[in-house]
Design a protein around this ligand. Sequence first.
Ligand SMILES: [Cu+2]
Length: 147
Amino acid sequence: MKRGVPWLWLAILLPLQAHATQADQVKASHGWIRLLPADLPAAGYVTLDNQGSSAATLVSARSAFYASVMLHQSATDTAGGSSMRMLDRLTIPAHGEVSLAPAGFHLMLQEATHPYKPGQTIDVTLDFADGSHLRVPFMVRPANAPD
Ligand SMILES: [Cu+2]
């Protein structure tokens, strides 16, 4: 009977490896939110490191603290003005890293549903194209926090 044991382990472990999700591949770090006064939208930043051998595509984000969380990209136009546009997806290449950072990609968090303050940490859930999701803690910082 002992000979059967390694085969049993293979049967359990192989399917798990074959079905690693995009969320499993991505490590999120340095999540933080710049909280603006009144009802202004807050911006969320995080570094996403894809340790897998296939691309991971972020398709949406959500939080219990906001009714609306969108994926945005800031850009500077030729006249020197800045604008934002909404993205419907953000791809993190295999073995690559994408940073959501001031003046670039960010999460735009609107319509706060619960009061909270700088110094707290709130969770944001990132949804990937394969249906997997990753819950990431974001440290809340005040409006004047350095980039
Ligand atoms: Cu924005």
